[in-house]
Design a protein around this ligand. Structure first.
Ligand SMILES: [Zn+2]
Length: 502
């Protein structure tokens, strides 16, 4: 018997339409460009990703795995049409060459030039090539679900954790359902729904807002066997699209249950009903910056075990931030916090100056603040700072987990500026700090510091929450501001909560 052919691909970009950061082709692969063919397979095999789960499903099923493209970028503004076509063409070619099923590892909040729903476009195009193609998709938690996505996919799942530490499991669930449907063991049907609700990412973690109870219900429904997969997608507020909102999608088995469609619908509606009833809990209430830093200072003075984390969440490159807004750093220095490590400020110019000066040299720099943010009316403002160059690295890191465990990543050249009170990790490339390796690779032991300032919103919790004595969220400025009133939305479906009274 001829072995099956599975096309497995990864195209991922969380698009912050307010970000001033462009998304060239080289951004995919975190600066190194996309991987194609065998390189794509080699880059992601064995990692904690849906892509790796799909590879394992192919092996289990005795199918040939065809991996035309794997491309993931840090969040930034919309890619051009040409970049998008470069990513999509190898995938289309692989499907056109003939295959039994397609397994996609997508983000769900990708916007490209002239298209607010890039994932919908990917699925439409594949369907056009093969109208009967079984397609499984695993999405990020921050998906803005569109009608075209659901209409053109056979099975949809998504992460149930934030920080996202279950990427592999989400892929395994989607892939397994599709593989079993190919064997005639299940017949997946889907129901979905969408709410006019823009939720703050700062309230997305299961322990913070309504998501925890919705996810617990979804897991219980899956475990009971009533449905095959139940997925909550709280959305991505920084993509200004007509699809931005909170949604849910549920897969049930029409082979085992002739009421499967109704069961999927009922579970989906229940999940969304919880979100809507508790919608006020999805709004974030920030504490004034000076007050937050002063509170952190007091906590640090008495903390016995582990550092106090100061979370600079309005400038998180993991959601499209420039990673060079200096407001929180400035306040930390102004209030004289001592024994602080900060990571990372992105500033290639400052790195070049420190590399030029060399380890041990004293430098005086204009640090950060190199990027303007016209969409929110904010100009870049560098911070004049003096210190000693303590270390310089090539910024090549391997994640120790629990997020992306085993994957390599690239900070670009990295330098540590030591001001006496603070050690500041400055990088050439964007990188969210969610793994202790961001400090350890350049000689800073994060568990030994009194304070850590992190340019992150929630993902820092993966690596840093276990070592923290206290956590203080610091509202600085930037294009990941939790205050939605700073954004001039043009494409959102209106009315929408909490921007409108509904
Ligand atoms: Zn996400």
């Amino acid at each position: 018997m001829k072995s099956k052919r599975f096309v497995i691909a990864l195209i991922k970009h969380e698009t912050n339409t307010f970000s001033p950061i462009a998304t060239p082709l080289s951004a995919f692969g975190h600066g190194n460009g996309p991987s194609y063919g065998k390189d794509a397979l080699a880059a992601f095999a064995g990692s904690n990703t849906p892509f790796a789960a799909f590879l394992d499903i192919a092996r289990r099923e005795g199918a040939a795995a065809v991996t035309p493209v794997a491309a993931e970028s840090w969040p930034s503004n919309a890619a051009t049409r040409a970049t998008f076509e470069t990513l999509l063409q190898p995938l289309e070619a692989a499907v056109r060459a003939g295959c039994d099923a397609c397994f996609l590892d997508l983000h769900g909040a990708m916007v490209v030039e002239g298209c607010d729903d890039a994932e919908g476009e990917i699925l439409r195009r594949l369907r056009r090539i093969n109208p009967d193609l079984p397609i499984a998709v695993s999405f990020d938690y921050h998906t803005n679900l569109s009608p075209d996505i659901v209409a053109n996919a056979s099975v949809i799942t998504g992460y149930k954790t934030y920080p996202h530490v279950d990427m592999y499991e989400a892929g395994l669930l989607a892939g397994d359902i599709l593989a079993r449907s190919l064997r005639g063991q299940v017949r997946p049907v889907m129901a979905w729904g969408w709410l006019p609700l823009v939720s703050s990412i700062m309230r997305h973690a299961p322990e913070d807002g309504p998501s925890g109870d919705i996810l617990a219900y979804a897991r219980a429904m899956e475990k009971s066997g009533r449905v095959l997969a139940a997925t909550l997608l709280p959305g991505f507020a920084h993509a200004d699209t007509p699809y931005t909102g909170v949604s849910a999608v549920v897969v049930a088995d029409a082979l085992a249950d002739n009421q499967a469609q109704a069961a999927a619908q009922e579970v989906c509606e229940r999940m969304l009903a919880i979100a809507w009833e508790r919608r006020a809990e999805y709004a974030f209430q920030p504490e004034p910056l000076a007050q937050a830093v002063a509170r952190a200072r007091t906590l640090g003075a008495s903390a016995q075990a582990g550092p106090v984390l100061l979370i600079d969440h309005c400038d998180n490159c993991g959601s499209g931030g420039t990673q060079d807004v200096m407001l929180v750093v400035e306040e930390i220095l102004r209030q004289n916090l001592d024994d602080v490590a900060i990571a990372p400020i992105r500033d290639p110019e400052a790195v070049a100056q420190m590399v030029e000066a060399g380890i041990g040299a004293n430098v005086n720099l204009l640090l950060g603040g190199k990027t303007d943010m016209p969409s929110i009316g904010l100009a870049g403002r560098p911070l004049r700072i003096s210190g000693r160059v303590r270390n310089i690295t090539d910024g090549e890191i391997v994640f120790t987990g629990p997020m992306y465990t085993g994957l390599k990543s690239h900070l670009g050249r990295t330098a540590v500026l030591d001001t006496g009170r603070a050690q500041i990790v400055v990088t050439e490339r964007h990188h969210e700090p969610f793994d202790l390796v961001i400090f350890r690779h350049c000689g800073i032991e994060p568990t030994k510091k009194r304070y850590l300032m992190l340019k992150s919103r929630i993902h820092y919790r993966a690596g840093f929450k276990p070592i923290a004595a206290h956590i203080v969220e610091c509202a600085g400025a930037g294009v990941t501001n939790a205050d939605l009133s700073v954004y001039r939305y043009r494409k959102l479906a209106r009315p929408i909560y909490p921007l409108d009274a509904i």
